[in-house]
Design a protein around this ligand. Structure first.
Ligand SMILES: Cc1cc2nc3c(=O)[nH]c(=O)nc-3n(C[C@H](O)[C@H](O)[C@H](O)COP(=O)(O)OP(=O)(O)OC[C@H]3O[C@@H](n4cnc5c(N)ncnc54)[C@H](O)[C@@H]3O)c2cc1C
Ligand code: SF4
Length: 328
């Protein structure tokens, strides 16, 4: 690990000014992604700004919105009574991620900005366009069973690893930021960037811009939601496929349906084409199958991960069908 300067920020504007002015400066919150990558030589910041003393803690709410400070831990958010009651999809996505020890350290801002688990990205000896633009993509010719089938490009096929972001994207969450030019509000659906020709650019934040909070619209009373994660082992593992689903059903007909997908895409994926099939259709397995078919219509499988297309379809169908058994 290379030597670096450690600074503890106590003032938001000062932290933003410091990192904005220094290309080789980075933030650290819980450190569960950042420190790992520094130990592996993937990231080598010269300055590390600890933001855990900034005033981005706490969860507040009103009748329609939950506001989550960016420094709230995954465990704190999962334990919040309103999340248990009104946003089960968020609680499930959190509790199916990492381990209790990690969730007690890991923050919500850090979770949204965690880096891919692509093994070639995490090995500085391998070519990787995301780590070193223009160097190539080792995964395309290498082992890519865990990689993406949606939103890929010839420059990068790495998945986004966050479970929480998949749930939040299905809920139309909004990210509030603090940057050099003040505050910004960014819908999570506009926050992430597919790799295209610049896989090193993963989101729309400017260098030095902080996530201050995430706002989540509460689901209407009667809406049901769930997160289903399919993985190689029952705990402590990233998703092969996952689905965050929301249904509002009235007299057997779907008034509103939402689908977020994880484990299959380069960004937390909102499956709008699947949602179009759900809305106005009967709540039935046939409808769910048609929605899953539409959601995966644009998939581009690679040699080792073609199985994900059908697995993702089945994940969607099972997640939606499970809502029928749930109490509204
Ligand atoms: C073994 C292991 C298993 C895991 N399993 C899962 C899993 O199954 N599902 C899952 O979703 N996640 C999983 N994770 C990832 C984990 O959830 C993330 O590492 C964690 O949420 C990151 O939060 P942090 O506070 O530790 O971020 P840090 O490591 O401190 O930071 C991560 C990145 O975000 C930036 N950052 C942090 N906060 C802010 C902010 N407020 N504003 C701007 N930039 C910021 C940092 O500069 C850094 O680039 C796993 C991690 C490990 C190590
Ligand atoms: S898939 Fe993306 S992250 Fe992985 S090696 Fe290729 S460019 Fe790097």
């Amino acid at each position: 690990m290379q030597a670096f300067e450690y600074l503890r920020a106590t003032d938001v504007d000062q932290a933003v000014a410091t990192v904005t002015a220094t290309a080789a400066a980075s933030y650290v919150a819980g450190g569960t992604t950042q420190i790992d990558l520094m130990k592996d030589g993937v990231l080598n910041p010269e300055q590390l700004i600890d933001i855990t003393r900034l005033p981005f803690h706490g969860i507040t709410y009103n009748d329609v919105t939950l506001r989550i400070g960016a420094l709230t831990t995954m465990e704190e958010l999962a334990a919040h009574p309103l999340v248990k009651e009104r946003l089960p999809v968020v609680r499930q996505a959190l509790l199916l991620g990492a381990s209790p020890q990690l969730r007690n350290m890991a923050t919500i801002g850090g979770n949204l900005l965690q880096r891919t688990r692509c093994r070639y990205f995490r090995d500085p000896a391998c070519a990787c366009n995301k780590r070193e633009p223009g160097s190539g993509c080792s995964a395309l010719q290498g082992f890519h069973r865990m990689h993406a089938i949606l939103g890929t490009s010839s420059h990068c096929i790495a998945t986004h690893a966050s479970d929480l972001a998949v749930a939040l994207i299905a809920l139309d969450a909004v990210v509030q930021t603090r940057g050099r030019d003040g505050e910004r509000t960014i819908p999570l659906t506009d926050f992430y960037l597919t790799p295209g020709e610049t896989p090193n650019r993963e989101h729309v934040l400017a260098h030095g811009e902080l996530i201050a909070a995430v706002e989540v619209p509460l689901l209407p009373q009667g809406a049901r939601s769930s997160y289903l994660k399919v993985r190689d082992r029952a705990s402590y593992e990233f998703a092969l496929t996952s689905a965050a689903v929301v249904l509002e059903v009235e007299n057997g007909m779907i008034r509103d349906g939402r689908i977020g997908l994880g484990g299959v895409a380069t960004i937390p994926w909102r499956a709008r084409s699947g949602e179009d099939i759900l809305r106005g259709a009967p709540a039935s397995t046939e409808t769910y199958r048609a929605a899953a078919e539409a959601a995966l219509a644009g998939a581009t499988p690679y040699r080792d991960n073609a199985f994900k297309v059908e697995l993702a379809r089945r994940t969607i169908v099972r997640a939606l069908a499970s809502l029928e058994e749930m109490e509204a």
